[in-house]
Design a protein. Structure first.
Length: 170
């Protein structure tokens, strides 16, 4: 029975590991997505830095187009930051979900272990009770055996006594 319980625990643990691996792959995909967004943001920031140094005007001054271009790149950086924050929130939700799942699995495992321990304790008590009953039955059987032997001796003795008394009378 213990082998069955251990086999059950191993199988359920394997299924939980497979489910956790699927969650981890989603988590990894989300991390890769965020890393891509961060690389894109870094590239945009490099473009912004270059645009700030761009001076296409007369006497090497910045023109309105240079400033507009810089502002558009800065606007793109801000939008990238917003996307990064949104994806980070999703990533944190994945992480929170994983933590909750691990806690839930730990709680369920503890409950099952406690249930198994209670079952084992109950079975041990039943086993002890059956051993005690077996000992009582064996003791009663021995008492009955002695009683039958004593009754048998009394009957045989009475039979011999009756036989010898009837033989003497004749």
């Amino acid at each position: 029975m213990i082998r069955f319980l251990l086999l059950f625990l191993l199988i359920s643990g394997g299924l939980n590991a497979m489910a956790l691996q699927n969650d981890t792959s989603a988590y990894q995909f989300q991390r890769l997505k965020i890393n891509g967004l961060l690389a894109e943001r870094s590239a945009k920031f490099g473009q912004y830095d270059l645009s700030l140094n761009a001076r296409t005007g007369i006497f090497g001054l910045q023109t309105k187009n240079d400033l507009r271009n810089s502002n558009e790149i800065l606007r793109g950086i801000i939008l990238s930051d917003n996307n990064i924050f949104r994806e980070l929130k999703i990533l944190m939700n994945y992480k929170d979900q994983e933590v909750q799942q691990v806690q839930s699995n730990a709680s369920n495992t503890n409950k099952r272990i406690e249930g198994y321990m209670l079952t084992i304790k109950k079975l041990q008590q039943q086993n002890d009770e059956l051993k005690a009953k077996t000992a009582q039955v064996a003791e009663k059987k021995d008492t009955n055996t002695y009683l039958i032997i004593v009754l048998g001796i009394i009957i045989v003795g009475w039979g011999i006594y009756s036989y010898t008394t009837t033989r003497r009378k004749q």
